[in-house]
Design a protein around this ligand. Structure first.
Ligand code: ASP
Length: 587
């Protein structure tokens, strides 16, 4: 070993020991007679001390060290005269007797500090240097521990980790596939898995009983802060279980992870149906760190000559408690503009200010008397000093817009503290989701999800409203407004699976061509089964009070789906294209 200790290890009790340390030069301070060098590795920073008088040659060498030089130092631990209470090793320093430079370094393009001066793109280009910074390094260490604890917990419950293939078959359902051309099969393509869904179900048919995998998944979608084209799932499946067993098992896993990695005891997770979540929060992933529930006003506001409300399907609002005095007319105008941005798309924003002195100020005072509005205020349980924000329009769109406003107000009011954790289960999702663009239904979760028993008979009734009302044994685990996991009880019967494909608009031939292998397997004794998948990167981020999953991925892609460090994707040469039957004809 080139070192006897790490740079984070030595304490006052080590004084007098001869030690060998290796690491990177964080900083060197030349004070004339004395030189101090901060030596850094993954574990911490230790101060090296050089004395001009005792050893001028060595001191000279130390003075010439550049930032990020890799060095080995031999010396004795001694007590520091001026201690640094902010550093674990701050009581000691090393009086160096030998110093070797293991490698030099160019000046790094940004400072290797917790708060760096490097912009996003630059840090991505030099990601290996970015990872040297403690916050990024610690994220990766956390991720590793989370994976290890997940494996420990699940294997203690008899789950078996099985690797499923990465080169699979493209299917049109779900997100867009990444595809890989096959050299040995002209004009044919593999797809990278969006998830191991069908394989884990086949493993249940095999009798594996309890499966898990910490697995890469690939989806060719437009990117956002919490999305990457390749991401990791904790993917699980169980046989001979009910929905209740799955909820219990994975609630226990989540609690175990919070306890072991964060020392936090989570209480029993509340449960809410999808319908209730939409009604109260306008979202299937409500942030329960604060209340601010939706209040509907349809029955109170219609027929008073205000056509906007009269024509709306839904009139619904929230009460921002104690905020009236904080919002000037200009602030309210700005907030209205914010709501009108295309990302949210509200047509306007009605507000009712319930001033401290009990007076009422509102944008709709022309149409509603103070007496009318007092009834609204009562419904919101509003007190003087509160302000109501009210939206109206089509039901789904209005709820979605108000949900955005609720989250924004939660932010502004400091109600979304990153280290306050509020998990819940959202259950009884609709089986189907209508898509306006393609004018057809899609599976809300995926086509293998079982409808609720009581809905099976109504499945093929065909009428639009009935189809919308079908419910599935599908559930999501939501944490602080983020979907952490989702799963369902599966169909395990060929006839029902065929029926479901028909509902989704597949012809018999299409269903057979794409999923014949799965339906075939159901004919060989498929056990009842179900499962769940956790977004592993998201779980890492949320557990650390952050929302950018990129910070928890060693080598992530940027928003254009590029790895700017290795410069991928990139063109391939003509011969390679030809071999793959992908020649691009240029005139
Ligand atoms: N495969 C599903 C997904 O990726 C999860 C599941 O149903 O287990 O969302």
């Amino acid at each position: 070993m080139l070192r006897s200790h790490t740079c984070g290890e030595l304490r006052i009790s080590d004084i007098g020991k001869s030690v060998k340390l290796c690491g990177w030069v964080q900083k060197s301070r030349d004070l004339g007679a004395l030189t101090f060098v901060d030596l850094r590795d993954r574990y911490g920073i230790t101060q090296l001390f050089f004395n001009q008088e005792d050893n001028p040659e060595l001191c000279e060498k130390a003075r010439k060290l550049g930032r990020e030089f890799v060095v080995a130092a031999i010396g004795k631990v001694r007590e520091r005269s001026s201690k640094n209470a902010n550093r674990a090793t701050g009581d000691i320093e090393i009086e160096v007797t030998e110093l070797s430079i293991l490698n030099e370094s160019k000046v790094p393009p940004f400072t290797i500090d917790d708060d760096t001066d490097g912009g996003d793109e630059l840090r991505m280009k030099y990601r290996y240097l970015d990872i040297r910074r403690m916050p990024v390094m610690n994220n990766l260490i956390f991720r590793s521990k989370l994976a290890i604890e997940t494996r420990k917990f699940l294997s203690s419950l008899n789950f078996v980790e099985v690797e499923t293939p990465v080169l699979i078959k493209s299917t049109p359902e779900g997100a867009r596939d990444f595809v890989v051309p096959s050299r040995m099969n002209a004009g044919q393509f593999y797809a990278l898995p969006q998830s191991p869904q069908t394989f884990k179900q086949l493993l249940m048919v095999s009798g594996l009983d309890r499966y898990f995998q910490i697995v890469k998944c690939f989806r060719d979608e437009d990117l956002r802060a919490d999305r990457q084209p390749e991401f990791t799932q904790i993917d699980c499946e169980m046989s001979f279980i009910t929905q209740e067993d799955i909820l219990q098992t994975f609630e226990a896993l989540t609690k175990y992870l919070f306890k072991t990695l964060k020392g936090i005891d989570l209480p029993t997770f509340p449960r809410m149906t999808y319908d209730e979540a939409m009604l109260k929060y306008g979202s299937d992933k409500p942030d329960l760190r604060f209340s601010m529930e939706f209040v509907e006003l349809n029955d109170l506001v219609k027929g008073k000559g205000f056509s906007v409300f009269d024509e709306a399907k839904l009139i619904v609002g929230i009460n921002a408690e104690g905020q009236a005095a904080k919002y000037s007319n200009k602030d309210l105008k700005d907030l209205t503009e914010w709501m009108k941005r295309p990302q949210i798309g509200a047509k306007g924003l009605v507000y009712v200010k319930y001033e401290e002195d009990g007076s009422i100020k509102s944008t709709v005072g022309k149409f509603y008397s103070d007496e009318d509005i007092k009834i609204w205020l009562e419904r919101f349980s509003a007190k003087p000093g509160d302000i109501l924000f009210i939206l109206s329009g089509e039901t789904d769109a209005t709820r979605k817009q108000l949900s955005e406003l609720r989250l924004e107000m939660g932010n502004r009011m400091g109600l979304r503290q990153p280290h306050d954790f509020k998990p819940l289960w959202v259950m009884d999702f609709p089986l189907l989701e209508w898509d306006e663009d393609t004018q057809r239904f899609y599976a809300m979760h995926h086509p293998f999800t079982s409808p609720k028993k009581e809905d099976i008979n109504r499945m093929l009734d065909g009428d639009h409203e009935t189809m919308k009302a079908l419910r599935a044994d599908a559930y999501d685990l939501v944490l602080n407004g983020v979907e952490i996991g989702g799963g369902s009880i599966r169909i395990h019967d060929r006839t029902l699976q065929e029926k479901n494909f028909k509902l989704l608009g597949f012809t018999e031939e299409e269903a057979e061509a794409q999923f014949g292998f799965l339906m075939g397997a159901f004919e060989f004794g498929a056990p009842p089964h179900g499962g769940i998948a956790f977004g592993f990167d998201r779980l890492c981020a949320v557990m650390n009070g952050q929302n950018t999953i990129r910070d928890f991925i060693a080598f992530p892609k940027n928003n254009q789906g590029r790895d700017v460090m290795i410069d991928a994707p990139s063109p391939i040469d003509k011969a390679q294209l030809k071999e793959l039957y992908l020649e691009i004809k240029t005139e």
